[in-house]
Design a protein around this ligand. Structure first.
Ligand code: CO
Ligand code: CO
Ligand code: CO
Length: 326
């Protein structure tokens, strides 16, 4: 599908700074020498029975692509696929209130939207941000020797499914929700003073898929150390007992041929790297000397789970490795 979409793009326009080709988080379009637009759209199906929380997570998820580009969100449009009947107005209002509250926190204005009737409820936003035309952060700048920092734990996909099917307690989901409602705003603000070579956010394609996008766009190899990877232990346990998601096998296929797993990695650990994330963290590539200082900054800003999870190496072909270093 991605290949079909890439055939239809406007990359020849000189003002398109980031288009479809590099599978980046958002498009970047130069307006003036001082300002470029950063634009993205995303919507999701409910991740919780609580409509207010769902609205917040959907908005945090949509805003995330702006932060992953180093941008500042300014305006947003609601995208509502709501069933025509069978759902109380209060539920729909709670979803929209959740979205608006996150936009307020982001400092972005809600200026419109569009609603369609759809049997399966979905909600999200199209978000426009701004960035200096020479200062946006693409996924294509990672360099050999860089350290990779991940700002949130992974495993939300299988946890959302586990709670739906009654295999997991609400407390585990509540912990994951705390992370999912958190905007990547503070992670973005923390990284901007550093010499960030590349950044992306970890969402539907999982840690492996989005890391490979960085490797492909930057023409490098990426090695991830499972021992330092922040994750929900319950997610690993769920996968070990047979739980998966609809996206997991697709995400595995997506990286096949580029991804090598060391012998010491257990099957459930490999599978966790294919787990689709909702409102996941930022994956940030910085020079080696800036890895620890940026990590300290993130910890100081309350992102206590942030960790240096790997590094970038020179490789003639884009490559991804999963190892355990201790
Ligand atoms: Co993204
Ligand atoms: Co997106
Ligand atoms: Co309309």
């Amino acid at each position: 599908m991605a290949e079909i979409l890439k055939k239809f793009s406007s990359e020849t326009d000189p003002n398109v700074l980031v288009g479809l080709k590099t599978s980046d988080d958002a498009g970047v379009f130069k307006l003036t020498e001082e300002i470029a637009l950063v634009q993205t759209v995303d919507f999701i199906t409910p991740i919780s029975d609580d409509p207010y929380i769902f609205g917040q997570v959907a908005a945090a998820n949509s805003l995330s692509d702006i932060y992953a580009m180093g941008g500042r969100p300014i305006t947003a449009l609601n995208l509502c696929c709501f069933p025509g009947s069978g759902i109380d107005n209060e539920v729909l209002e709670a979803i929209l209130r959740g979205g608006l509250d996150k936009l307020k926190e982001a400092g972005a204005a809600l200026i419109g939207g569009h609603t369609v009737k759809d049997d399966e409820l979905k909600y999200g936003l199209s978000v426009t941000g701004i960035v200096h035309p020479t200062k946006y952060i693409a996924n294509s700048g990672a360099r050999p020797g860089d350290r990779l920092i991940l700002t949130k734990p992974i495993g939300t996909g299988v946890i959302i499914g586990g709670v739906r099917s009654g295999k997991l307690s609400k407390e585990v989901l509540d912990r994951a929700i705390e992370d999912m409602v958190r905007l990547n705003k503070s992670a973005c603000e923390a990284m901007l003073p550093f010499e960030v070579h590349a950044c992306t956010d970890i969402t539907g394609f999982g840690l492996a898929g989005h890391s490979l996008e960085v490797a492909q766009a930057s023409q490098v190899g990426i090695i991830i150390d499972f021992a330092s990877l922040p994750h929900y232990p319950e997610a690993l346990e769920l996968i070990r007992t047979g739980a998966t998601t609809r996206m997991t096998p697709l995400n595995r296929q997506l990286v096949a041929g580029f991804f090598k797993c060391a012998a010491e990695i257990r099957p459930e650990e490999e599978s966790l790297c294919y787990d689709p994330q909702t409102s996941g963290g930022l994956l940030i590539s910085v020079p080696q000397s800036q890895g620890k200082p940026l990590l300290e900054e993130l910890h100081g800003q309350g992102m206590t789970q942030a960790a240096i999870i790997g590094e970038v190496f020179a490789s003639p072909e884009p490559a991804l490795r999963l190892v355990r270093m201790r």
